[in-house]
Design a protein around this ligand. Sequence first.
Ligand code: C2G
Length: 719
Amino acid sequence: MKISIITPYLGSETTAQAQAFLDDCRASVEAQEPIGTPFTVEHLVMPDDISGPKGVAAMRNAACRKACGDFFLFLDSDDYLGDNALGLAADIAAKHPGVPVAMEKRRTWYKRDAELQGNGSGENVSRPSSEKDPEIIFNPCSVLGILIPVSLIKDEFDEDLKYYCDIPYLSAILEQNAAVTAEGAYYYKRRHNDSVRYPALDQIKDKNRYAEFELACGRIGKKTEENGIMLDICGYIICKMTRGKHPEGLTWDKDDLAHVAGALRLCSEDFIRRNYKGVGRKILLRLLKGKCASAQRRAALHVMNRKKRGILGSPLQWKWNIYKRIFRKLPVKKELFLFESFLGKSYGDSCRAIYEYMSEGFASDRTKEGEKTTPGAYNGTRGGRRIQFVWVIDNKDAHIPGRHKEVKPQSLKYFYYVARCGAWINNMRQPAWYEKRDGVIFLECWHGTPLKKLVFDMEDVHSASPEYKMTFYRQSRIWDWLVSDNAFSTNAFMSAFLFPKEKILELGYPRNDLLYAPDKERRAAAVKEKLGIPADKKVVLYAPTWRDDDFYAPGQYKFDLPLDLNIMEELKDRYFFVLRTHYFIADHLSLSDAQKEFVTDCSRYNDIGELYLISDVLITDYSSVFFDYANLRRPILFYVYDFEKYRDTLRGFYFDMESRCPGPLLYTSREVADALKGIETVGAEFADKYRDFVNDFCYLDDGGAARRITEAVFKEEIS
Ligand code: C2G
């Protein structure tokens, strides 16, 4: 048996990601071995013309003309085969001569290694139905992953069809013989997480898509109901219409709906009643009778119910409605400055430093009332009105000084201030629904120099929101300014956020001003006392980052303390441990009474900057905390128990940790304890690397970043 595998490689697929996808595709073919029935394989990868792309159909036709196998198998360049897929399919084909053999299809976000080693997503989507997750859009009548005997192939692909050339092609084959399934033979259909630079065909916004769909469906033969084609078409329509919004980000209009209804022309009412029930049946029947608007209303109601919102909506949706219909109609208050740090979980980070720098200016107002002045601080009005400060905060330990208002995240007041503020100073992404109004300045401080790859530099996205590249892209387009701590971060932000250099303020991190404060010793002593840490103990701060693939829901990540406290206990005469989980971590650490004698949990502590001040040693992993901490020139240990997985699967790094980190990479709690015992030796051993590291990453921090940023952004604005 000779199998010709046909892979078009489109002209648009020029990105490194497309190449990586193709490498996976090729590797998956090379890994195929016969199980019982012997076979040979020719893999025909047909690159499209970059200067004048001809499209999938033309590339497939060109490859088919060259192919000399007895079977064709169409495999897209962004997909791959599971292990033994071909062997299993060939065995079935040998038992059923002249019959097409369909592999089971799985959709995945991940590359081959991750998927096949069990870190993937792999949902089976061989047959769509209204009950299935509507996010899974199935290609109707897809030729992919079907071992087709060449004797069944009559026509070429229609090169005028850009998206749906498979429909008439495959229906002509299946009309002769329905396919049998090769169970356990997987065809992995890979989802594209970068729809900005490398959209899959089903992510392309094209107003003509549904007209072509109708046209392609019009070319299928009469026996469509018997061989699964109509099931595919109907399933596809239900999936598309019950996605919640228009699947390609456009809006459903009358024409689209009429085309979708037109695609059902060869389908009978009886067929729909036999195969569908519930909402799927209702939508299809309405379309069949030409009641397109009614079908769409039914689909929208289904989406609303699925989200458990009901007709009236959730409380959050109500607030959002008031925001949209009332608050946003009120004029922008240019003098209203909104501050938010880590989603309102803390009064800290660069937003705090900028606020304190700005608000101290008002201390000079207070002199008139006999209070103390802070000289050199910022003072002002915007749009002729005195600046008002509002903090988004939900942390009982946050004691925000100065004249300001506080609002809780997601409260009605929050929506009010978000709608009306004239400046928003944030260190994370704003909500996806926020639309910036004229005259508003959005200052994005961000939250760290990146070691781990971010957004568009990440290959696969393993976190709870796999579509986060697109969302991030949309959100970051409204940022007027983005703060960067060093030239390295600037470059990373340009490639990771696709962000323009002109809008990046490479002026140091305001949050690190604290580490240069003249009274930092006094502040550290006060914090130590507040936390009840014995003054005679050295303090170790353990601050790891989060793991993308270990979550309950978006923004709610799991955490099992990897540091063995039984081993750390050996060091309790010398050290006191401060544990600090990342703000995404939902799990709470539980400490026994005995452990509380040498450990404290400061995960909810307001500002990690103050914890840097009190600690003598930092233990971290891949978190950006060490870039900031290095400003203190104190020892840093890297406890990287899952180094290879983090580097090769979860994220990847911007530089080689082994050669550039200013401290040792340690893999077990025992190694950490030993390093702590000999911390002086560590210091001496890493002195040169530490110096280079500080020169590369901390050279802008000097205690004056908040002033520089405030002046760069607001000097012209504020009088
Ligand atoms: N942080 C913290 N406690 C931790 C870890 C982090 O308070 N245990 C705070 C620090 O201010 C840190 C910031 O959160 O700088 C960002 O945390 P990261 O671990 O670096 O991870 P992430 O939030 O994914 O940010 O470009 C910055 C990062 O690399 C991405």
